[in-house]
Design a protein around this ligand. Structure first.
Ligand code: ARG
Length: 444
């Protein structure tokens, strides 16, 4: 029971109310960060003579015991939150004479804001790693498939030939923008709110720059009221995660379609698929399906945090606590989805024969035919478009072109080869794009 801070209140907190106030998983997530903050704050108090050397050393010793014992030695369920719990444990271990001084010039409001930023920036670095693993894997698969012809789609209808490498690079480029977003997010996350105390800072002569430096922050969230109440970094994080998940979900959707019998373009590795409990023949893309589904959960987290924040007056309100579990949910899903996607892309078998065979169906060469008419007969593209449309719908023969030219116009490999413009699917252009991206990737 929390006995150290209920001086004003004459009763212990009601049991179910305590449960309602808690947010245990999110608190476990910030436990390490809380100890870092406690240590940095204590050192700063000492350096500025707000506590004595002896008191600081007793406190740091107690914190070390808690660190070594780990979260298991805490009775987290008995407290409102991790901050109260750690402070109480400290006082239990070293007594109130020294332990009771740790919270000088501090509030849980600046403490929790600092902890979330520390825990989140760590996750952001992991996400950057996982994202780069996926980008590297996509690039490798693209490199292997520069000449792999496949039907390109618009409206999910066969449209024009392209290559698998060209298609994969489109996903790569989207994920590269996600990387830029994560990078910007990291720098906005990595700022210290510590020293803001409840919201109006403190009358003790603390040094905010010092705790900022000790905790590896790049700067301060300067205004003490903004410092405790701002959560836009967290909302921005879930927004960035939502965009990453949207990209993963689109890719997942394609893996689901492409591995189905109707498309028959890839086969996913056995290690990342499931089977059916009744149909022995089944090999299902459950991992891809769950990435697609969990994208919805992350969007839900985003909607939740935006809605929780929208009418909150300055400065700290307990509502803020309700944000953290959504951040934890979104970050956990995004991490595991990135790893799952890397495995699926890395292990998928490309059915290049089956992909190539589709190019003989569905009139994918119609644009090339119209382009050839323009080139050979000097007619406007709109006229050529009409002629080819008739050829397809009425099955009439094309008399305007000789056999050899017609054959060339209808060759999918040549079609792809002809598209040499910047960003196009011709193998030479795709190789150029891959080389450029490989260089950029090796720098990240
Ligand atoms: N667990 C709380 C949170 O996540 C810590 C801050 C509590 N502060 C307070 N004044 N009740 O926001």
């Amino acid at each position: 029971m929390d006995i150290i801070r209920r001086g004003r209140l004459k009763k212990q907190i009601d049991e179910s109310s305590l449960e309602f106030l808690q947010s245990l998983d999110a608190d476990r997530w910030i436990f390490d960060a809380d100890l870092l903050v406690d240590k940095a704050h204590t050192r700063m108090l000492l350096e500025n003579k707000i506590i004595s050397e002896k008191e600081a050393s007793i406190i740091l010793d107690g914190l070390k015991q808690i660190e070594e014992g780990g979260i298991e030695i805490l009775e987290l369920e008995a407290y409102e939150d991790i901050h109260a719990c750690v402070e109480s444990k400290l006082i239990e271990l070293i007594g109130e004479e020294a332990g009771g001084r740790m919270h000088t010039a501090r509030s849980r409001n600046d403490e929790v804001a600092t902890c979330i930023r520390i825990a989140l920036r760590r996750e952001e670095l992991k996400l950057i790693d996982y994202l780069n693993d996926l980008r590297g894997t996509i690039l490798k698969r693209a490199e292997e498939n520069v000449e792999t012809l496949m039907p390109g789609f618009t409206h999910l209808q066969f449209a024009q030939p392209t290559t698998l490498a060209h298609h994969l690079l489109a996903h790569f480029d989207a994920l590269s923008r996600d990387l830029e977003r994560l990078d910007a997010l990291y720098h906005r996350t990595n700022l210290s709110p510590l020293g803001a105390a409840a919201f109006a800072s403190t009358s003790f002569p603390i040094d905010r720059d010092r705790t900022m430096e000790l905790l590896g922050f790049e700067g301060l969230v300067e205004n003490s009221m903004d410092a405790v109440s701002a959560r836009d970094f967290l909302i921005e994080a879930i927004s960035v995660f939502s965009i990453i998940m949207m990209h993963l979900s689109r890719l997942a959707e394609e893996l689901i379609l492409w591995s189905s019998q109707g498309f028959d373009m890839i086969e996913l590795d056995d290690a990342v698929t499931s089977t059916s409990s009744i149909m022995p023949q089944k090999k299902n893309p459950d991992l891809a399906e769950l990435i697609r589904a969990k994208t919805g959960t992350v969007y839900g987290d985003l909607t939740a945090v935006l809605t929780i924040m929208k009418a909150m007056p300055m400065s700290y309100n307990r509502d803020l606590q309700e944000l953290t579990p959504h951040l934890l949910s979104a970050v956990t899903i995004t991490k595991s989805s990135l790893r799952g996607m890397t495995k699926m892309i890395g292990g998928m078998r490309v059915k290049s024969e089956s992909m190539r065979a589709k190019l003989d169906l569905g009139d994918l060469m119609a644009t090339d035919l119209a382009d050839t008419l323009v080139r050979e007969c000097g007619i406007p593209f709109r006229t050529a478009h009409k002629i080819v449309g008739e050829v397809i719908s009425e099955g009439r023969r094309i008399e305007e072109l000789d056999e050899a030219t017609l054959k060339e116009a209808l060759d999918p490999a040549l079609s792809v080869d002809r598209r040499k413009v910047t960003g196009g699917p011709s193998p030479r252009e795709v190789r150029r794009m891959i080389d450029k991206r490989k260089k950029a990737l090796s720098l990240t």
